[in-house]
Write a protein that binds this ligand. Sequence first.
Ligand SMILES: [Zn+2]
Ligand SMILES: [Zn+2]
Length: 333
Amino acid sequence: MKASVLRKPSGIETNPLQFSEVERPIPGTDQVLVRVEVCGVCRTDLHVIEGELPPWKSPVIPGHQVVGTVEEAGESAKRFAPGTRVGIAWLNRTDGTCDFCRRGEENLCDHPEFTGYTVDGGYAEYVAAPEQFVYAIPAGFPSEHAAPLLCAGIIGYRCLRLSGIQAGENLGFYGFGAAAHVAIQVARHWGVKVFASTRDERHQTLARELGAVWAGGTLEAPPVALDAAIVFAPAGEIVPAALGALRKGGRLILGGIHMSEIPAFSYDLLYHEKLIRSVANNTRQDGVEFLKLAAEIPIRTHVKVYPLSEANLALNALKNDAIPGAAVLRICS
Ligand SMILES: [Zn+2]
Ligand SMILES: [Zn+2]
């Protein structure tokens, strides 16, 4: 099969993904083999490719926002009939036995596998995944519009949930990429007012189009005190600025898997019972809840589609803020 393979982490400007012919995976007993239609491009892919996340498997096929159809199933995999359209996300598998899994916090599992990082992902014609971690994709979404829901969407939803934001409150978004452009639609559906701080003017424009009441530069102070804020951009210098924008008792949620160093800041910025919390992965429950909500609202994703052979181009564009919404790779039609 054809795949875009990472043999050695390197800056994306060196185009490290090699479009090549590799062995097609054979599904394990509890796995389904999925023929990949599209795979969303996520900033986490960039962190894997550039080596900001320590290499785990090499070579590796990145990609964890897979939409495709079930081609075949392992012996004990009976959940999806062949031909069913499904999605594969970042959380590939958990051990199901550690303290975290047992208390319902499988996103924090001690022995997890991650799609496109510790196991091969969806920048390929085929990918195998455990059927219990595979999602049914709601019928209303064309596949390229469904792909960004699987990470950007689900993680954004978990960020919103952990922010505790309520109808009528003011919510800040720092960075306005794939996750934020979905999360704002959920926030507005909940009656929340969104203030978007992002460095790129195209992203500010998209934020206003999607109903942000205000959009400004990354470190620009929003015009009101925020009840909560979510940092989507991987830049540590945002944290003190975002804390400064919160009201007393406000909550700051950090949505990324990687962030540059957070500069030292005065305790005054945190005082008055402000909270900072990171978000790590998601539970399957988050995924199921979010996909249901996405179909109800319905969420409309803005996507730019690239062929699989141009994965490097898509990732360079992502790094350069050149994608309003989300980038998606089209693999098989
Ligand atoms: Zn576990
Ligand atoms: Zn992701």
